[in-house]
Design a protein around this ligand. Structure first.
Ligand code: PHE
Length: 341
């Protein structure tokens, strides 16, 4: 039995240095030293020996086993450090390598323009009033002096809901009524930004949704000169102090008189180019004195109060500013477009 043990231990010793991985080491261990390994199995058979041989066998067996275990430990340490060295080499970090660029979110070009507009009006004492996107026909049209079959409704093709009384606002002007009813009888200086919707053919020049920023001032003795002065001031803050502006007579049912405001083309400085269609001027907003009927619908007595209103399109302003030729880019969510801003 002792011979048998010596042979096994010898073989085990001989195999050990050939093992190079921890897997092989584990297999070796369970073959020889594990609970069902060859050596423990043999040692359990000590009872088969005559009684007087047992102590000598036991002593020798323990010696052999301990040296084998020590050899195993030593080799196991060697393999572990070799494997660690290898892992470090494979996962080596080149700390001088330039980092990968993180994709960074940014503000939508319309949001950027909106925020500039808010800032300028805030500096001039106008607060933001948010009105609803879903409006009634009454507030979107009738209260603004568009009777049911008024031809001016044709200017704003409308998305109605199924009940035909509710619609998606076609402009931010219904917010004038909502603001007046809320602020009455106080004087008002607000801007009303928001999304507007029109049931139109989508083309490079028109979208079915777009922003507007409406403005409304109501108070005592507000005159057309206040409208002009305030809007000229706004345009100078937006486009620079030397930009020329002009007002052209226009028509809106809810303002009287009404005007459109042009700014001297900032691409050609008024000389005429493709952007301004060789007129030297860019149209940027509609405006006018709040119509007496509209004041009345908002709860203000037109004998005591007067006011002005205006409405501008941030997408149009952004397009002019950056030379964007197609309004469809704004909601197409094409990163190649958005990342330019
Ligand atoms: N609501 C008008 C439009 O959508 C713009 C406007 C607003 C004109 C306020 C005058 C006063 O075209």
């Amino acid at each position: 039995m002792l011979n048998q043990l010596e042979t096994i231990v010898q073989t085990a010793h001989a195999e050990l240095p050939q093992l190079t991985t921890s897997e092989a080491l584990i297999a070796w261990n369970s073959q020889y030293l594990g609970r069902k390994g060859e050596i423990p199995v043999l040692l359990r058979r000590v009872s088969e020996l005559p009684k007087e041989e047992r102590p000598a066998f036991g002593q020798r067996a323990n010696e052999l086993k301990q040296t084998l275990e020590a050899a195993y430990e030593a080799h196991s340490q060697a393999i572990k450090s070799a494997e660690l060295a290898q892992a470090l080499k494979m996962g080596a970090l080149d700390v001088t390598m330039p980092g990968r660029k993180m994709a960074r979110g940014r503000l939508h070009p319309s949001t950027q323009t909106l925020r500039r507009i808010y800032q300028i009006w805030a500096d001039m004492g106008f607060q933001i009033y948010r009105s609803r996107d879903v409006e009634t026909d009454e507030v979107n049209f009738q209260m603004l002096n568009f009777p049911p079959h008024h031809p001016a409704r044709e200017m704003q093709d409308t998305f109605y809901t199924t009940n035909h009384e509710l619609l998606l606002r076609t402009h931010t002007s219904p917010g004038q009524i909502r603001a007046m009813r809320e602020f009455h009888p106080e004087p008002i200086r607000v801007i009303l930004p928001g999304m507007c919707y029109r049931n139109e053919q989508i083309t490079a020049r028109s979208e079915i949704q777009f922003h507007q920023v409406e403005g409304l001032a109501v108070g005592h003795n507000i005159r057309f000169s206040d409208l002009k002065g305030t809007l000229i001031n706004f345009v100078r803050r937006l486009y620079g102090a030397n930009r020329a502006t002009r007002f052209r007579a226009s028509y809106f049912p809810f303002t009287e008189p009404s005007a459109e405001m042009d700014v001297e083309c900032f691409l050609c400085d008024g000389k005429g180019c493709r952007l301004c269609k060789h007129s030297g001027w860019l149209e940027i907003l509609g405006c006018g004195m709040v119509h007496p009927n509209v004041l009345r619908n908002g709860g203000y007595d037109p004998e005591i109060f007067s006011g002005f209103a205006f409405g501008m399109g941030p997408e149009r302003i952004t397009m002019l500013r950056h030379g964007i030729e197609d309004i469809r880019y704004f909601w197409a969510n094409d990163l190649r477009f958005l990342q330019q801003f």
